[in-house]
Design a protein around this ligand. Structure first.
Ligand SMILES: Cc1ncc(COP(=O)(O)O)c(C=O)c1O
Length: 407
């Protein structure tokens, strides 16, 4: 059980009023709020240790290098990887782009095939469309079952000897579906393909062990897990990373440059060209400390409880349609819905009058919207600082939405 009241005290922004109401932040799947511990870690970095890491031998430089590399070790431990398997990037989008440029574009050609699912975020669709366009590879989309889970039978039937990459989200940012990535990993590897997991919506919310899952790549964003924006992670299995050429080149990613050529640095540095985001890494490290103190099992349990409560309450509201699984065991802390006849932006706009922040729109998942037969939807998403009372306020807000639209 989380002590939510105590946790909330760590998040200064939660004291804010919006339209004279207490802020109710139900959009952590977009980006989470940040606790004092993370904010302070960044302030302390700039007040005490700031320098450009890896570049000199004076003390501040040494301290900045230490902080940056310690953050890498912390991330590695958090997902049970080796530090050299952790590449710092800006976000999940950049991680996917790195795989596209350094693995897929140089290595995949017609008749190679890539498999994704229809529930993917654009970050896990558009890079593979570019590979299709450039290299003539095939891109197959796995469909959903009626309950919003992934159609594993179709995955089993689609995978074939030309399939080189299977890239799936662990948790859907719209449906909340938790995909059985460990089970899928076995299928993918039996076929000799690479398995990429989009962990943007799972790493912040549950215990993740890359060895247990057995994935080759895992991508996630710090800003969705209490850390600042512009620090993200690409985990890559050592043997795979070593085989790959860097796609961003220049400073700090080399061992030697002569007028004739270049020798790349070792992994992970060969993928990190230029001055890195040390403040981001420091903030991510503090965020992991914060989450580990709470315990990731407790984070997941808390969100399951909130999700179950939200599903129950929302299903009692007439004219509300909910998308995705209704079993919290296979659903993350994400509940997408529409109010019949009301555009999701109108829903979000009216809820904002009551200080409630929910996301509306296509959620960077336009193929999924099309599959669901909708243009957009609203989404409430939960994290460690959310309460059942906030869900009650959301339900009350939705009644107001219905009143405005005379439903
Ligand atoms: C499942 C999923 N993948 C990828 C992303 C992209 O994350 P970022 O914008 O941090 O790159 C998101 C963001 O919402 C997401 O939910």
């Amino acid at each position: 059980m989380l002590n939510v009241e105590k946790i909330r005290e760590d998040f200064p922004i939660l004291k804010r009023k919006i339209n004279n109401r207490q802020l109710i932040f139900l959009d952590s799947a977009s980006t989470s709020q940040k606790p004092n511990q993370v904010i302070e870690s960044i302030k302390n970095y700039y007040e005490m240790h700031n320098a450009n890491p890896h570049r000199s031998i004076y003390q501040l430089c040494d301290e900045a290098t230490q902080l940056y590399e310690d953050a890498r070790k912390k991330v590695a431990k958090f997902i049970n990887a080796k530090p050299e398997e952790i590449v710092f990037v800006r976000n999940t989008n950049e991680a996917m782009n790195l795989i596209m440029h350094s693995f897929a574009l140089p290595k995949l050609h017609n008749p190679s095939e890539i498999i994704v699912s229809i529930m993917e975020h654009h970050a896990n669709i558009v890079p593979w469309q570019l590979v299709r366009k450039n290299n003539g590879t095939k891109l197959n989309f796995i469909d959903l079952n009626e309950d919003g889970t992934l159609n594993l039978e179709q995955l089993n039937n689609s995978i074939n000897r030309n399939t080189k990459i299977v890239s799936l989200t662990h948790v859907s940012n719209v449906l909340g579906t938790v995909n059985p990535v460990k089970e899928i990993s076995k299928i993918v590897h039996e076929n000799g393909s690479l398995f990429i997991v989009d962990g943007a919506q799972s790493v912040p919310h549950m215990t993740i062990d890359v060895h247990d899952i057995g994935c080759d790549f895992l991508a996630f964003s710090g800003h969705k897990m209490l850390a600042p924006m512009n620090i993200g992670v690409l985990y890559g299995r050592k043997e795979v990373l070593e085989e790959m050429e860097p796609f961003m080149v220049g400073g700090d990613m080399i061992k030697e440059v002569t007028t004739e050529g270049v020798i790349w640095n070792d992994i992970p540095w060969k993928f990190e060209a230029g001055t890195p985001n040390v403040e981001g890494a420091v903030g991510l490290s503090a965020a992991i400390d914060y989450l580990e103190k709470i315990g990731m099992e407790n984070v997941r349990e808390h969100e399951k409880e909130l999700t179950q409560y939200a599903l129950e309450k929302l299903s009692e509201v007439e004219d509300v349609q909910i998308y995705g699984p209704t079993n919290p065991e296979v659903k993350g802390g994400v509940v997408a819905f529409n109010v019949k006849g009301v555009h999701s932006h109108d829903v979000a706009y009216i809820l904002n009058d009551f200080g409630i922040a929910v996301r509306s729109g296509h959620h960077c998942a336009m193929p999924l919207m099309k599959r669901l037969g909708i243009q957009s939807c609203a989404r409430a998403s939960f994290y460690i600082y959310n309460t059942k009372e906030e869900i009650d306020a959301l339900i009350e807000g939705l009644e107001k939405v219905k009143m405005v639209f005379k439903l």
